[in-house]
Design a protein around this ligand. Structure first.
Ligand SMILES: NC(=O)c1ccc[n+]([C@@H]2O[C@H](COP(=O)([O-])OP(=O)(O)OC[C@H]3O[C@@H](n4cnc5c(N)ncnc54)[C@H](O)[C@@H]3O)[C@@H](O)[C@H]2O)c1
Length: 251
């Protein structure tokens, strides 16, 4: 018996095989869960189909639109009834907001990054929670740039600080419904999203150098921790930010 046998879990944010969400999906499937994938747009759908085939359960979910969020969850409800978990692995900021000075962040750039990277957790949780009729677990992805001033991470660090606060408030609100909300603070990994950060190679090098074996954390390691947080083994963990970075945050 695996730790997620019989569970139905939504996984957002698989852009390609390097995505953290793909590491999560593999680990979750290995632990016996059925996965409902979501994709942002047709371009992402094509990538997803290459990974999982066209018959796997998948639904369009663009978190920039309330209507699309509502429609996605209505479709999931119709097909699957209830769900047991949700992986929120979504972020976006314009490149201009991921370099140079934070005083150069524009009002529009700030709003866009906060909307897609932070507000989206509240928006999807609003629709996911009612489908978790037998309790559930929501896991989102953050980075230590929320607490520290990491060169060029800039706007995303600010958005991650908001996201982490949301985790605590959501966890408090949803705990009475037996829904746990937590975040994984992953070490830097070379994905599509990270390449938006100016001089991202320094970010990756820094993360790798501070690990005991000088090898940065992998999407598989993040995925295994995600599967654990989604499982009944983690019922004692509520509203927490769990580092999965091979100790990078220690120094
Ligand atoms: N890569 C890292 O070093 C790292 C470290 C810590 C945390 N994270 C976080 O992990 C999460 C996943 O990022 P990743 O690094 O795997 O990169 P990624 O590019 O593979 O994934 C980002 C995903 O966000 C989705 N997305 C963006 N805008 C969207 C929208 N409007 N609607 C729906 N989906 C949208 C993209 O389609 C993509 O699938 C992000 O929250 C990121 O900030 C990444």
């Amino acid at each position: 018996m695996s730790i997620l046998t019989g569970k139905k879990i939504i996984v957002t944010g698989v852009a390609n095989k390097k995505s953290i969400a793909w590491g999560c999906a593999k680990a979750i499937a290995d632990q016996g869960a059925e996965i409902i994938y979501t994709y942002q747009n047709d371009r992402m759908k094509k990538n997803l189909v290459k990974l999982i085939g066209e018959n796997a359960p998948m639904v369009e979910l663009d978190v920039a639109s309330d209507e699309k969020i509502e429609a996605a969850f209505a479709s999931i409800k119709e097909t699957f009834g209830s769900i047991d978990g949700l992986v929120h692995s979504i972020a976006f900021a314009n490149k201009e907001e991921l370099s140079g000075n934070v005083t150069a962040i524009t009002r529009d750039g700030f709003q866009l990054a906060q909307d897609i990277s932070a507000y989206s957790l509240l928006a999807v949780s609003k629709y996911a929670a009612p489908l978790m009729t037998d309790g559930g677990s929501i896991v989102t992805m953050t980075y230590m740039g929320s607490e520290r001033s990491i060169p060029n991470y800039n706007m995303m660090g600010i958005a991650k600080a908001a996201l982490e606060a949301e985790v605590r408030y959501l966890a408090t609100e949803l705990a009475p419904q037996n829904i746990r909300v937590n975040a994984i603070s992953a070490g830097a990994i070379k994905t599509l999203a990270v390449t938006g950060v100016k001089d991202y190679q320094s970010l990756l090098n820094l993360s790798a150098e501070r690990t005991p074996d000088k090898v940065g954390v992998t999407i598989e390691e993040v995925g295994n921790s995600c599967a654990f947080l989604l499982s009944p083994l983690a019922t004692g963990i509520i509203g927490d930010i769990i580092y999965v970075d091979k100790g990078v945050h220690l120094s």
